[in-house]
Design a protein around this ligand. Structure first.
Ligand code: FE2
Length: 346
């Protein structure tokens, strides 16, 4: 194995906010990603059960850290810092990641770097696309937010008033009996069922100021199905309405900020139709559009390590005994002193 450069910084990142326990190892020198280990908790039915998730994470955490170090060909001694996602997310799940990270930092005398999970979704999009200063649409199972950097922080330019976009798609699929709603090659179960569908009346398009709302779409879609509407038409319309509303608020943010770069990140960023709508919008605004690398769209440890690396290089650390989890830690509460710099982008 070639020897590593002497001034290299290597960060091990731990993700445990929701269903995935992820361990990523990232360097500021090529090939950058040294390990990406994920252990995903799968529900037997229905939604996420925080206690069960935490129990599962506790079982797999040790082996996931070992496997990451093994696949990177590194010993813990060669790691410069440990980064950990401290929120937002589910308390029991977050606690497992925080405990493991604190223990590693204390036992091996490594600096500990606190990372906000939402910031990490944006940073890994900047890192993987090379876009330095984008407007970002962050869409996932638990999040729907339009953000852009203004004056030290990511500011929220619009968000959902109720459920998240990913939650809308997953819950509809489950209730309509077309689950499992997993995305396969850029298509959600709702996308597959929308093929050949046509637009129908009855699903509300809700944009209030810069915010969107999906719970009315969910209720109306399920009602239409019960009344005998064709599944493909309901899927087609639900998607059109929901995607158009998030693209509309993103477009207004682009116009308002005058930024010329647009990105899409989070678990729903793998969706092909949403990507094509975002691309069309960006070109109307004369902006460059690039979505996050699809392999890094869902929750993973690499995004925590990348963000941790940037934060660590700009001096952000926390004492292990003060590294508390924050279930409702908002993206606009976090200073980003390294912005617009990103490790690996020069
Ligand atoms: Fe996430």
């Amino acid at each position: 194995m070639p020897s590593r450069p002497r001034d290299e910084t290597i960060v091990l990142g731990i993700e445990s906010t929701a269903h995935t326990f992820g361990v990523g190892i990232v360097s500021d020198n090529p090939p950058y990603i040294l390990a990406d280990v994920r252990r995903k908790w799968e529900p037997r039915s229905g939604g996420i059960l925080p206690r069960e998730v935490a129990e599962y994470f506790s079982k797999v955490a040790g082996e996931a850290v070992e496997e990451a170090l093994g696949s990177a060909g590194l010993s813990i001694k060669e790691i410069s810092a440990i980064a950990v996602s401290l929120g937002p997310g589910m308390g029991p799940a977050l606690r497992v990641g925080a405990t493991v990270a604190r223990a590693l930092a204390l036992k091996h005398g490594k600096p500990l770097v606190p990372v906000n999970h939402a910031v990490a979704h944006i940073e890994v999009a900047r890192w993987s696309t090379g876009l330095r200063d984008p407007v970002a649409l962050y869409v996932a199972g638990g999040n729907t937010t339009v953000v852009s950097f203004v004056d030290r922080r990511y500011r929220v330019f619009g968000e959902t008033l109720d459920i998240a976009l990913g939650n809308l798609l997953d819950t509809f699929a489950r209730e309509a009996g077309i689950a499992p709603p997993y995305i396969v090659s850029g298509q959600h179960a709702v996308d597959v069922c929308a093929e050949g569908g046509e637009f129908i009346e009855g699903i509300p398009y809700v944009v209030k100021g810069q915010d969107v709302s999906f719970s009315g779409i969910l209720t109306a879609s399920l009602k239409l199905l019960k009344r005998g509407a064709r599944l493909r038409d309901v899927c087609y319309t639900l998607r059109e309405v929901a995607f158009s509303s998030v693209v509309e608020v993103t477009e207004r943010c682009v116009a308002h900020t005058g930024k010329k770069q647009v990105t899409l990140t989070g678990g729903v960023a793998a969706n092909k139709l949403l990507n094509s709508k975002m691309e069309a919008m960006a070109s109307l605004q004369d902006a460059v559009y690039k979505p996050v690398d699809v392999r890094l769209s869902g929750d993973n440890g690499v995004m925590i390590a990348v963000t941790g690396l940037a934060a660590f290089r700009s001096g952000v650390t926390v004492e292990p005994e003060k590294a508390f989890i924050r279930q409702k830690w908002r993206i606009d509460e976090v200073d980003i002193p390294w912005y617009p710099w990103m490790p690996g982008l020069g």
